[in-house]
Design a protein around this ligand. Structure first.
Ligand code: NAP
Ligand code: VY7
Length: 185
């Protein structure tokens, strides 16, 4: 199983403000939907709450919500009591409708928010980050990726421009052996 983290961040690492995302970038939502479609998505309870109601559960994906609350439940969501349990649920998912990645393994997508990304980083093999060229005030920040990542930026130079006028680009990173396999190099 590949553990992938996906987020969009503003210039200063801001990913959230007041329970939402402080910009509107439809091209990023399409990118997010494209990446995660058909797979298991794991999110913190606050990120679940932040999704517009008509996108809850995220359609075409297995939705796993991590919470410490005993009685919490929501239609269309499976709950997990810890991140490890959520990732385990992802790896055990009937991989029939999980999209295999380049390695032929199913990918579990960790889709936020800040608290969950910080805990998930040690398990991550892959990061899909949308850099959004805006200055945004925020209360939630992207995690530190740490060392050992190979980055690929699209476009290699410059930026894409949204129909909203916002500039953005995609940064894909991978590393070997996040879950303890030996590095090939
Ligand atoms: P979060 O990570 O979404 O959720 C935190 C909650 O998850 C905790 O309150 C707890 O739920 C549960 N949790 C965390 N660790 C746990 C563990 N080890 N075991 C069990 N439950 C655990 O919250 P956040 O950091 O505040 O992030 C939300 C913000 O991020 C929002 O503003 C959202 O819009 C933004 N966001 C941005 C992006 C992006 O790409 N820009 C993506 C996703 C989210 P309980 O309180 O229920 O126990
Ligand atoms: C934000 C939405 C916000 C407002 C309206 C619709 C990256 C994102 C996340 C998480 C964006 C959001 C939506 C419409 C499409 C829906 C999802 C909800 C779908 C992330 N790069 N961007 N995120 N959405 N983890 N990483 O929650 O979403 O996918 O079907």
């Amino acid at each position: 199983m590949t553990v992938a983290l996906v987020w969009a961040e503003a210039r200063d690492g801001v990913i959230g403000e007041g329970g939402g995302i402080p910009w509107h970038l439809p091209e990023d939502l399409a990118h997010f939907r494209e990446l995660t479609g058909g797979s298991t998505v794991v999110m913190g309870r606050k990120t679940w709450d932040s999704l517009p109601e008509r996108f809850r559960p995220l359609p075409g994906r297995r939705n796993v919500v991590v919470t410490r609350q005993d009685g919490w439940s929501a239609e269309g969501a499976e709950t997990a009591r810890s991140l490890e349990q959520a990732l385990r649920a992802g790896s055990l998912s009937n991989s029939g409708d999980d999209s295999p990645d380049d390695t032929g393994e199913p990918t579990v997508w960790v889709i936020g928010g800040g608290e969950i990304y910080r805990q998930a980083m040690e398990f991550a093999d892959r990061l899909e980050i949308t850099e959004v060229d805006v200055e945004a005030a925020g209360d939630t920040r992207a995690p530190d990726a740490g060392a050992g990542w190979t980055r690929e930026v699209t476009p290699a130079e410059g930026w894409l421009e949204s129909r909203t006028g916002i500039r953005y680009r995609f940064v894909s990173s991978t590393r070997a052996g996040a879950t303890g396999e030996p590095d090939q190099s």
